[in-house]
Design a protein around this ligand. Structure first.
Ligand SMILES: Nc1ncnc2c1ncn2[C@@H]1O[C@H](COP(=O)(O)OP(=O)(O)O)[C@@H](O)[C@H]1O
Ligand SMILES: [Mg+2]
Length: 367
């Protein structure tokens, strides 16, 4: 995957709407055949980037390249890019077949060629028997696939998807996203996907560009984004963060310690570039914290005592919110701890001990 050539290059893209800078100096390289997701909260500029790629918006500054070719002045219908919108925008008065055939007809395809191309795409997307139905007579998941069929039948080189699953209910969203990923792999089409749903982004993408206020703040694989977020925003937006703000105490080659309200938190990862005395922010994920009601025999530096404030049970795991007192003056620090398969131990209550696994604490570069 990483060896694939660059297909889409966005260079220093800026797009304004009046006084609002929707996209600010974004640069991104997207590999051919990859599934790349723009992820971020509402209003961060995701749709604006997608529409600029599609040719519906003109860049105020910066360039868009598809392969080696600069696209800024190439009209939308010559970009070989197809976009699927959040609301599908199916023609309600046309059958499924006619919806999918529409773009080809406009392009002059007729007769057997038309029937074959539409038929093949409908079959590919599991819509074979539905050609004669009206969009109002099929389910939401099927409508979504018709919208996708309508884009794919044009045989575009680039597929642009703007929150295409957000109108589906939760369970269907998970099924359809797996299907979407399979179709994308099979067709091998370079895909740029927009969502505000972090779990969806982790599940579906080769690479994720996390956006915040018009900028891309981190670009990496789902694994990199989840385990090595570079900023507090990313740690917090993707998954749940337990942030530890303190001062670096000691630094060795393969480990370092953080001083946190008089305690030492040990971290077993290279403390490269860190200097004693400087402020730092660490993160540990909720599933990397052990919790128990008996004090550990060997307390060690990373054991914290706390009190369970509340919990929530969601079936496959239980999540605890634990207040840890970090000194007489400070307000209690809240830790979020996830315990998978809580059935044997039952639900914990009251006083507990947390152990932060020193191998699973991550230092955030640019807090
Ligand atoms: N056509 C437009 N006219 C004016 N402002 C817009 C327009 N489109 C987007 N914006 C503004 O640009 C910012 C980014 O919007 P958008 O790209 O739609 O974000 P997202 O898709 O991430 O929710 C927002 O502040 C939004 O209000
Ligand atoms: Mg949007």
């Amino acid at each position: 995957m990483s060896d694939a050539p660059v297909h889409i290059a966005i260079r220093h893209l800026t797009k304004r709407f009046g006084a609002v800078t929707a996209v600010r100096d974004v640069s991104l390289q997207i590999a051919r055949g990859s599934f790349t997701t723009l992820l971020g909260p509402s209003g961060c500029g995701k749709t604006t980037i997608l529409r600029t790629l599609a040719g519906f918006y003109e860049a105020d500054a910066g360039d868009i390249f598809f392969d080696e070719r600069r696209m800024n002045d190439v009209p939308s219908h010559h970009r070989h890019a197809a976009m699927v919108f959040q609301d599908y925008a199916l023609f309600p008065h046309m059958t499924v077949f006619e919806n999918v055939a529409y773009g080809l007809k406009v392009g002059g395809v007729r007769g057997d060629a038309l029937r074959q191309r539409v038929g093949r795409v409908l079959a590919d997307l599991g819509l074979a028997g539905l050609g004669d139905r009206m969009p109002g007579m099929i389910s939401g998941g099927q409508q979504q696939r018709v919208a996708l069929a309508r884009a794919l039948v044009m045989e575009p080189e680039i597929l642009l998807l703007d929150e295409p699953l957000s109108n589906l209910d939760a369970k269907l969203r998970v099924t359809v996203r797996a299907e979407l990923r399979q179709i994308q792999r099979r067709v091998g089409i370079t895909t740029v996907y927009v969502t505000h749903d972090q779990e969806e982004a982790l599940a579906i993408s080769d690479r994720i560009a996390v956006m915040h206020q018009g900028e891309v703040v981190q670009y990496g694989t789902p694994w990199e984004i989840y385990y090595t977020p570079q900023r507090v925003f990313v740690a917090d937006f993707v998954g749940t963060a337990n942030l530890l703000r303190g001062r670096i105490h000691e630094v060795e080659a393969q480990r370092f310690t953080l001083e946190l309200a008089g305690r030492k938190i040990r971290v077993e990862s290279p403390g490269k570039g860190l200097r004693p005395g400087e402020e730092a922010v660490l993160n540990i994920r909720p599933e990397a914290i052990e919790i128990g009601s008996i004090p550990p025999a060997d307390p060690g530096p990373n054991v914290l005592e706390g009190v369970i404030r509340t919990h929530t049970f969601v079936g496959q795991w239980v999540r605890y919110w634990v207040d840890v007192s970090l000194g007489p003056e400070a307000a209690p620090h809240e830790f979020v701890v996830d315990v998978p398969d809580p059935r044997e131990r039952g639900i914990l209550e009251g006083r507990v001990f947390l152990r932060l696994d020193p191998r699973k604490i991550h230092h955030l570069q640019g807090a």
